[in-house]
Design a protein around this ligand. Structure first.
Ligand SMILES: [Ca+2]
Ligand SMILES: [Ca+2]
Ligand SMILES: [Ca+2]
Ligand SMILES: [Ca+2]
Length: 300
C-alpha cells in the first residue's frame, strides 16, 4: 500500500513536471523527475557498465611510473586505432558501498576502481585528512574539477565515493630536498567510477548535471589521522553506528555530532576528562553497564 501511494505520488509529480516543462519553452527551466534511489542506482549502474565495456584508459602510460610521479588519466572510446584496447570492464575491481534509501532500506551501490600504485604507508580512514592531487571527470569526459598540486582535504567533508576510495589508497613517504622542498615517493594512486548517489546526486552545478556518475583519479601523497574535537578519540572511532557518516552520531542530541563534540554525553564533564581516567588504555565504565563513561551521562 505504501508502495502504491508512493507510485501515485511519483506519477503525479511526473505530470506536474511535464506540465510545467511544456508550459514554457525556456530550455533553462529543466526539472528532473525524482526517482527512488534504488531505481536511479540501477539506471546509472547499467550506464556505468556500458561505459566500461566501450571505453579504455591509458594503461600503457602507467607502466614504468617513476617513484615520485603520476600520469594523468585519459579515458577514450574503444574504436578505430584503439579497437584492440582492453576495456575498463575487464580491468576494474568492484567495491560495494551500503547506502540507506528514503525508506530506510539498504541499497548497495557498486563503485569500480583501478589502483595503479598501491602506495607504501598507512591508508587514511574515511574520517582523516588527506593530502591529494586529483582530477574529476564525468562519463562524458568533461573535467569538472582538477588539482594538479596536492592540497589538504577533510574526508568528512568530501563526497562519499571520494572518501571511500581514498581509504583504499596508501600514502607515500616524504623526502626533504637540500633546498627545503619536499618530494613524495611511492604514494598510492588510482581512479574510481561511482554512481551519482556517492557523488553529488540530485544537485545540479555549473559543471555537473544532476544524477551524473563520476570518475575521480586520486594521488594519495600523504594523510593525517583526524581527531576533529581533540578529545583524544580519533574521529573514525566516533562513528558509533559505523556507517561512515559522521553527522548522525550524536549521543546527547545537542546537534553537535560526537566527532565535533568535546562532551559527547552532555554530562558537563569533557570527554577528554572521563574517557580513560585510570590510564589503562581502555575506556572507563564506572557502573559496568557496558556504556563507557564518556557516552554515559549517569555512570555513577
Ligand atoms: Ca575526537
Ligand atoms: Ca555514523
Ligand atoms: Ca552531541
Ligand atoms: Ca561527558
Amino acid at each position: 500500500m505504501k508502495k502504491l501511494i508512493r507510485n501515485i505520488i511519483y506519477f503525479l509529480l511526473t505530470i506536474v513536471l511535464f506540465y510545467s516543462c511544456s508550459k514554457t519553452d525556456d530550455e533553462e527551466v529543466e526539472s528532473i523527475p525524482l526517482e527512488p534511489i534504488s531505481t536511479q542506482y540501477v539506471i546509472e549502474n547499467d550506464s556505468i557498465i556500458e561505459f566500461m565495456k566501450t571505453h579504455f584508459y591509458n594503461y600503457d602510460d602507467f607502466n614504468g611510473l617513476s617513484s615520485n610521479s603520476t600520469v594523468e588519466l585519459i579515458i577514450d572510446t574503444i574504436s578505430g586505432d584503439n579497437s584492440g584496447k582492453t576495456p575498463l570492464f575487464d580491468q576494474v575491481t568492484t567495491m560495494s558501498i551500503d547506502v540507506t534509501d528514503e525508506n530506510d532500506d539498504v541499497v548497495p551501490h557498486n563503485m569500480y576502481y583501478i589502483i595503479n600504485r598501491e602506495g607504501i604507508g598507512e591508508s587514511p580512514t574515511v574520517a582523516d585528512s588527506v593530502f591529494v592531487s586529483y582530477k574529476g571527470l564525468t562519463l562524458g569526459n568533461k573535467i569538472f574539477d582538477s588539482r594538479k598540486n596536492p592540497l589538504w582535504l577533510d574526508n568528512t567533508t568530501v563526497v562519499r565515493g571520494f572518501k571511500e576510495f581514498n581509504a583504499l589508497l596508501k600514502r607515500g613517504d616524504i623526502s626533504t630536498n637540500s633546498n627545503g622542498t619536499y618530494d613524495f615517493n611511492n604514494f598510492g594512486l588510482g581512479f574510481v567510477i561511482m554512481p551519482s548517489f556517492l557523488g553529488y546526486y540530485e544537485n545540479n552545478t555549473a559543471t555537473i548535471q544532476a544524477y551524473s556518475p563520476l570518475i575521480f583519479q586520486v594521488n594519495m601523497h600523504t594523510m593525517n589521522t583526524a581527531d576533529h574535537d581533540a578529545d583524544g578519540i580519533n574521529s573514525i572511532d566516533e562513528d558509533l553506528n559505523g556507517d561512515h557518516i559522521f553527522s548522525n552520531d550524536d549521543t546527547d542530541s545537542d546537534n553537535i555530532p560526537n566527532f565535533r563534540d568535546r562532551d559527547d554525553d552532555g554530562d558537563g564533564v569533557l570527554t577528554a576528562d572521563e574517557y580513560d581516567v585510570d590510564g589503562d588504555g581502555v575506556a572507563d565504565d564506572t557502573d559496568g553497564d557496558g556504556i563507557p563513561d564518556y557516552l554515559d551521562n549517569d555512570e555513577s
